[in-house]
Design a protein. Sequence first.
Length: 259
Amino acid sequence: MTELNIKKIVEELIDTFYYAGKVSLDLREKGLIKEIKSDNTPVSNGDLEVNKIITQKIKDITPNLPIISEEASDNKSLKNLKNFWLIDPIDGTFDYINNLEEFTINAGLIINKIPVAGLIFAPSKKRMFYSYGPNFAFEISNDETVNLNCSKNFNKDEIKFVSYSNKIKPEIEKIHKELKVKKFVRMKSSLKFCVIAAGEYDGYVAEPRAYEWDIAAGHAILKHAGGTVTDFKGKEIEYGKKNFKNPSIILKSKNIING
């Protein structure tokens, strides 16, 4: 495979993510057309339109890399994937269709089964996150670009996690206790990776759930900000697994790792 200029690829996608975010909000304002998929999860015309915009731009930039998207069947049957894109056009569809703010637009670039770049845009919050290598994780907000390194508000006496649910399962509670977590806040979309990369929260724990496209972009951003994304045994998560299913997952900010 030709050597990729990952920084250039990511920077070429940023404007497309802003445009896709504007389209997602415009469609929501007009009133979304919603349906329930075969797996009993919702999808809207907004999800599909964002998917089209992001996919087309990625095809233009990296025509030789397969794209695996939550909202398309293309390439999902390919075996032995090593170098490819994972796209979740709208993560947090429930928030999106219910006029809430935490939904995100996501693309992660996988090389040799490891995420090497990620882009996540939260249109309602006007927060754009992206990364293309260790120490090269950034947020654009209010026309200002900030380097992300997990370090904004760390307080070792008040470790704060995000959680998928308000109700914590015993196995997760056990890990929270081991990591001295004092409080947690529910957050459903991939925004959780970004707020940990920004240092607003310190970690996240979940049993096996969801799919690789839900976490690939966030994995890259958090890892490049100095954090880690592993399973419960401490093994870094790889991509291109059977059915694209996630194992258990622990996100840790740099402060938790060092602590």
